[in-house]
Write a protein that binds this ligand. Sequence first.
Ligand code: G6P
Length: 360
Amino acid sequence: SDISKGTYQYYMLKEIDEQPAVLRRLTQAYINDDGEFNFDSKLIEGLKAADRLYIVAAGTSYHAGLVGKPIFEKLAKKPVEVELASEFGYNMPLLSEKPFFIYLSQSGETADSRQVLVKTNALGYPSLTITNAPGSTLSREADFTLLLHAGPEIAVASTKAYTAQITVEVILAQALAAAEGLENNFDVKHELGLAANAIQTIVDSKDKMADLAKTYFAKTRNAFYIGRGVDYCTSLEAALKLKEVSYIQAEGFAAGELKHGTISLIEDGTPVAAIITDPATASHTRGNIQEVEARGAKTLRIASEALAQDGDQIVLPKLSTVVIPIVSIVPAQLLAYYATLQRGYNVDQPRNLAKSVTVE
Ligand code: G6P
């Protein structure tokens, strides 16, 4: 069945490997052969009518929201705020005049997110839940639902649901752009096909990932992921993956901000992985790599093809900056997976964590 591990030792690796198929499934589900979008027209009208989208989520889904913000803003020119569910419900900021709420939740059952939905429903605001669980609480209680079509995600650490969430955001943002009559020269179907192929290339290089995990993460107590812009958002998720399963104290950091304080933590041998996918900031991030190297850090790069340089690196195939965050996280998922095995832990069931948290 769908939820057997097959020949895999752990679900997490199986789910990482499924990502190219999930991307293709989502493309088919939401874009037809003529390139038309397959969304409820009332949903698109609701998004169009909004002056601002508020994405509310927890954990990995929150990170998918952070990555989604520049996607909606770039493709559809719609302003977006991204909020932690556990904070937002009790500290609601002054909202825009016509807000539209998007709840991102793999399980559709997260209590922190639900309490916000209850409040925004009471205020009469329109809402969409993007979830992997049809019929889940958040799906039933929102006005609209979009499914992630990722298949059951069993490993506690979320992988394929995260890349599926970003994929749905990309398609939805482009559908909104089309409805708004915006021309942006972004061929969503083609780009998602390239992203699926790129993920396939990465998951096919497991030996390299295992070797790099051994060099950088098998022994260390702490580690950093750094990046700028969307690569910073990816760094947050990359660090979370490492923390959740390998118990390394990992921090995702805005590359340029490290020097304003936190660089004091860099010691001889501290691993720093930099994500570099944006030509506009690549040279600055490289400067930050040199700063930490000068203080003894061991540095690794996850860089897109045109930005690759010397040193240990994982090279990502050439892709549009819109879809690259769907791909750039995958090496970090694999590094977390292998580091955890090397450190001797159960990767599917990390201590203290639950797959879905139904208390506030
Ligand atoms: C739990 C899980 C995380 C997940 C978060 C949000 O804490 O351990 O992996 O990201 O909940 O879950 P959701 O189902 O709302 O996406």
